[in-house]
Design a protein around this ligand. Sequence first.
Ligand SMILES: *Cc1c(COP(=O)(O)O)cnc(C)c1O
Length: 471
Amino acid sequence: MDIAAFRKRGHRLVDWVADYLDGVEGYPVRATTPPGAVSTALSEHPPEAGEDWDAIIADLDRIIMPGVTHWQHPMFMAYFPCITSPPAVLAELVIAGLGVQGMMWETSPAATELETRVLEWLREALALPRWFEGVIQDSASTSTLVAILAARERATDLGGNARGGAAFAGLATYASSDAHSSVQKAMRIAGIGDEHFRAIAVAGDGGMDAGALEAAIIADITAGLRPAMVVATLGATGTGACDDLARIGDIAKRYGVWLHVDAAWAGSALILPEQRAMANGLDAADSLVVNPHKWLYTGMDLSVLYARSSADLERCFAILPEYLRTAETEVINYRDRGITLGRRFRALKLWFVIRSYGLDGLRRELRHHIALAQQLAERIGSEPDFEISMPPRLALFVFCYRPSGVAERELDALNEKLLDALNQSGQIYLTRIRINNQFAIRVSVGQTGVTEQHMNKAFRLITDTARRLLN
Ligand SMILES: *Cc1c(COP(=O)(O)O)cnc(C)c1O
């Protein structure tokens, strides 16, 4: 494709994206294609000769789009939001056009220096401890894995890097039973293993039971194990619950354990001064992950890992073969703060988004989402046949349908049927959770363009569909 063709087609594709975002409500929220529908429509073999551009775009519309689930749809209330925005999309265009591989300062000084600056901006915006030093990763799963690897190497004085598994045998780690599955996965990859990863029970408020955490640490020490890391969650994926960082931080300090905070979703809400109480005690953290790609308008993907000291990361990850040596030594080489050598120029997205919305604009958006979730929860909760299983935490709440006359043991099946019917309608997309061993339905608000009207529509859909199931 020559540049003249790229220019013409590019303009048309920007129109295509603009039309998509403008008309996203015309699609069913969750893709309705059955398994295999997309793959069987795709050619089985790659073309030998280059194809006509219009044919490619026609297939994008004909084959790909029906199999897309519309995360930017205002009625997408499943999982957590993964909001993109026009400034983020335009930044991605620039990132792709520059094609920079920012593995180290010299391979693009601007990529490194912009990353440092925007992570300082974000630290200030979220009111994080001023000593936190950051690095952009692709996902919270990676950020948490990087933190556990650094914790492992701190606990073994770099013995794992030097001698392998023998050095970290007997390390034990802890998180609440409601922690994200990426935490357990990171423990597996880091060689801790399920056997030495403790899922600590949650207390009545859904947060980790700090007493049970300390008891587990003491039991492990008594048994000859070495506690190395506790992961506290701000905004658990199922329920939005927050662990008590002040109490857990005290315990971590007492036993010399690395404290990692998983604030992948809720961390963005720290831009709101009125929400910062959930982070009380954060000063004790050794690391924290927040995903601007969830609730801060940067689109997939952009996760930020902050560490108390970048030295903890660099001691673990730095490695210097001859071909990576450069003259500059007083600069940051972000490859030394994570797993991959090659790095996308993601910082540009956060820069475009923060400058274009301003912190005030972002605060307005998040407050709007939180208020809408609150209203919808109140309306559902005031219906006699519904119950709020978990009142709103930020923009997330959980409900279940409990009509009188239906036996307790039939409620799970009824709510599962309700969720299926709602999702299959294509009008809304919600996901499931078990609370107190009961099937319940999560509502997670947070999309560009979501309004009170969408909440009205959600209320009608949920209540009408539920009652129709019974009749
Ligand atoms: C979404 C989420 C994750 C996983 O995030 P990825 O970026 O998809 O890896 C981890 N922890 C929490 C609390 C989350 O909400």
